[in-house]
Design a protein around this ligand. Structure first.
Ligand code: NAG
Ligand code: NAG
Ligand code: NAG
Ligand code: NAG
Ligand code: NAG
Ligand code: NAG
Ligand code: NAG
Ligand code: NAG
Ligand code: NAG
Ligand code: NAG
Length: 662
């Protein structure tokens, strides 16, 4: 049970005040919801690590006493013979992201001319696999959002009360039209499709976000939330109690009526609801007649849910949850199964209504996640299992929440303000889960998935089979066991797969997601490549691609796949599968900034003119036409520039850089 809102992600936003010097920390303003434990003084550097960069490593849970290390699974080659197969998934972009509105600046970029290049690279890698990426801009902070003409220093987003520390009364987010241009410009570079949310804090509907969202984003805006966690509205004081399902049903209709009368909103049929947090069973809304009444106006049905919360540690609300004690709860197949169970009826209801069913906001735990869990390799295994389980249970998509620098669970995080060169991002372990699922579902738009864990026989070794165009295409194998590099094990699995009838192919290709331990935050690799460790990320995979070719025993109809403890294996049955040989995306954004005073990159306008990024081999041709721009190799004037150039030099030669100032 959640004590306060799931998405109270305490969006501490750090922002350098405009400074004429390049000195870092010349002036830092801390704004956002209630700051966490750390304090940042304007005079000096941070004294405590922000949550997103916290190094806590937990102890891996003990090994189960009985573990079958050599399970055998008999697969079916043809989908028609598989019981319980999911609906076909129309996109490989199963996982998308939900970005708390108040931290858009941190993640996307300061404004439409300062877009974060590592962010673009991370999206390009997903686009290469899934064709597009879903991003929701919203969260609790969308409810009080207000469009304003202008904000200081050309920002697209700010908080009304910079030092607001209330926990349940979300402060207003102020945004300018530039927020839409930022999103639109991003969609020109990478194929991102957006969700927005119409403020629902009261019923004096503020429809600017719908008007401008539709006008500026066009068909890149695919849906708009009407209400965010209405089942918490009375508890959060957004509505007088009692506020029930019929109140939400009625207000949804009132909003719709207001939209009908507004000719600046051409598309009135892309609404999303009810986005319940789990307080009300979804059936309570279905039973109001919501779907039948509003089906012509609904793009999708949605819910939001987190398995746990860290509200006590973050905000002093509720019962303290010890991360170490909670860790084992993530490292089991039951985690995903339990999360999905309350929605099984609803995914069927949605299919009958012909609507996508989206987990609109989720992550390891609300109120910022848990130190040691949320950014661990264990969380990556959990997220893959949970994502596969949702897909198997006929969820259409799921969006992993991003809360900014003072939460633990981000799939990716921009650098704190004193480390703002472009290649100093941090990728959370769960970003790899997003990438892996995109490869697993593939590009055919026909993927169906079945849970094979029952056949393997252990909650600690989940397995799934994926079918494309009606035929077996891949098998996904997870090993949650951690044998501390053999000191307690070995718990490496050898999973034997067989295929009746035509039998197994002569060999299969296997990609591994690996790290030393479930508690690791470092050296996570996908098919041998990594985005780099904390503060090392520019959004591109590096290292040599290592796809393992495993010969099968065709005489005995068996492919035996080792799965390290811990680890994940994606087995490609079709050796010609394009993803079996794909590493870093060919489209990357190598423009770089190199001062420590900015958190974002100035993009060359000529770059904005290209539609899908550009080939990495062209990157040397980039120059700057931006005002204030300069080339990195013109000689570093401050340490930051030098550092940026040197770090970069080891990775990409001859990159020209562009400077921007906040
Ligand atoms: C940023 O500040 C933190 C905390 O003081 C410090 O540990 C880190 O080294 C600084 N980073 C840079 C690049 O100066
Ligand atoms: C990481 O988080 C834990 C739990 O909140 C805290 O005790 C620890 O001090 C943090 N570490 C750093 C370096 O801030
Ligand atoms: C998912 O939907 C398919 C039909 O499209 C159905 O056969 C299957 O049982 C559903 N799975 C679950 C777990 O509800
Ligand atoms: C809803 O949010 C708007 C914008 O922040 C604010 O002006 C208004 O007072 C809020 N309504 C209520 C009932 O709090
Ligand atoms: C973005 O911010 C920069 C620096 O403050 C400013 O020069 C530029 O005009 C801003 N762009 C927009 C579109 O507001
Ligand atoms: C918040 O900032 C305002 C204006 O800067 C100041 O008057 C007020 O005392 C501050 N409140 C807190 C709690 O710091
Ligand atoms: C990018 O944003 C700017 C506003 O700052 C706008 O003038 C420009 O047209 C945008 N470009 C695209 C491709 O949307
Ligand atoms: C599923 O939901 C529908 C709509 O709320 C409801 O009528 C039906 O009883 C539910 N079925 C189950 C098995 O809960
Ligand atoms: C999958 O769907 C996307 C988006 O609708 C489309 O662009 C793509 O061509 C489709 N792929 C196939 C193989 O049909
Ligand atoms: C990560 O890998 C590098 C290179 O193999 C090694 O030097 C380093 O110690 C590893 N880091 C951790 C935390 O295991």
């Amino acid at each position: 049970m959640r004590l306060i809102s799931s998405s109270l992600s305490s969006s501490l936003v750090l922002s350098l005040l405009l400074s004429s010097t390049k000195e870092v920390n010349a002036g830092i303003t801390v704004y956002g919801q209630r700051p966490l434990a750390q304090t940042l003084s304007a005079a000096g550097p941070a004294t405590t690590t922000l949550a997103a960069y916290n190094d806590t490593e937990l102890i891996p849970p003990p090994l189960p006493t009985a573990l079958n290390r050599q399970p055998k699974v008999e697969l079916q080659r043809d989908a028609v013979n598989v019981q319980g197969l999911s609906m076909p998934h129309r996109t490989a972009s199963f996982f998308g992201f939900s970005i708390e509105m108040s931290v858009i600046n941190q993640v996307l970029g300061k404004n439409s001319t300062f877009i974060q290049v590592p962010f673009l690279n991370l999206m390009a890698n997903l686009q290469e696999r899934a064709g597009h990426v879903l991003i929701r801009l919203g969260g609790n902070t969308q409810e009080y959002a207000v469009l304003v003409d202008q904000l200081d220093n050309g920002k697209a987003i700010a908080k009304e009360k910079p030092n607001n520390t209330q926990t349940t009364m979300t402060p207003a987010v102020l945004y300018t039209l530039d927020m839409f241009y930022t999103a639109a410009n991003i969609s020109q570079l990478v194929n991102v499709n957006w969700f927005l949310g119409i403020p629902f804090n009261d019923t004096n509907w503020r429809l600017a976000i719908a008007e401008y969202g539709e006008a500026i984003l066009g068909d890149k805006l695919i849906g708009m939330q009407a209400g965010n966690e209405p089942d918490l509205y009375d508890r959060h004081g957004h509505r007088p109690a009692p506020y029930g399902p019929y109140d939400y049903y009625r207000e949804f209709g009132e909003l719709l009526q207001t939209m009908q009368a507004n000719d600046k909103i051409p598309r009135k049929n892309i609404l999303i609801g009810p986005s319940l947090s789990g307080e009300w069973a979804p059936e309570m809304i279905w039973d109001t007649g919501y779907i039948t009444t509003y089906q012509d106006f609904l793009y999708a049905l949605a819910v939001e849910h987190y398995p746990s919360n860290n509200c006590a540690a973050q905000f002093g609300v509720g019962t303290f949850q010890d991360p170490q004690e909670n860790f084992p709860r993530y490292l089991t197949h039951n985690a995903g199964v339990d999360l999905v169970r309350p929605y099984l009826n609803s995914t069927a209801v949605a299919q009958q209504a012909n609507k996508p069913f989206i987990m609109f906001e989720t992550n390891t735990a609300s109120c910022g996640g848990f130190p040691g869990i949320s950014d661990s390799f264990g969380a990556a295994l959990w997220a893959m299992d949970y994502g596969f389980q949702m897909a198997y249970s006929n969820f259409s998509n799921a969006l992993l929440h991003i809360g900014g620098q003072n939460v633990y669970y981000n799939p990716f995080t921009s650098p704190p303000t004193n480390q703002s060169t472009f290649n100093q991002w941090t990728v959370g372990a769960i970003y790899y889960s997003v990438l892996v699922l995109a490869e697993a579902f593939g590009k055919s738009n026909t993927s169906q998935i079945v849970d094979l864990t029952g056949a393997i026989g252990s909650e600690f070794t989940p397995a799934y089979a994926l079918y494309e165009n009606g035929a077996l295409s891949k098998v996904a194998l997870i090993n949650y066991n951690d044998d501390l590099l053999g000191t307690r094990g070995p718990s490496d699995l050898s999973v034997t797969l067989s295929v009746p009838g035509a039998g197994v192919p002569s060999s299969v290709k296997v990609k591994y997601l690996q790290a030393k331990s479930v508690s690791s935050k470092y050296n996570i690799t996908w098919a041998g490549q990594t985005f780099g460790n904390k503060f090392e990320v520019d959004g591109r995979l590096r290292g040599n691609l290592n796809v393992v070719d495993i010969p099968c025993d065709t005489a005995n109809n068996a492919c035996t796949i080792p799965v390290p403890a811990p680890g994940f294996a994606l087995v490609f049955f079709n050796s010609g599968d394009e993803f079996a040989s794909l590493g870093q995306a060919s489209s990357t954004f190598a423009t770089s900034a190199h001062t420590k005073t900015i958190n974002t990159i100035t993009i060359d306008p000529s770059l904005l003119a290209t539609s899908n990024g550009h080939s990495a081999k062209d990157r040397k041709t980039f120059g700057s036409t931006s005002k204030g721009g300069q080339k990195a190799n013109a000689g570093g004037r401050v340490r930051g520039e030098m550092m940026g150039a040197i770090v970069l030099g080891g990775f990409v030669a001859g990159v020209l850089a562009v400077v921007g100032f906040r």
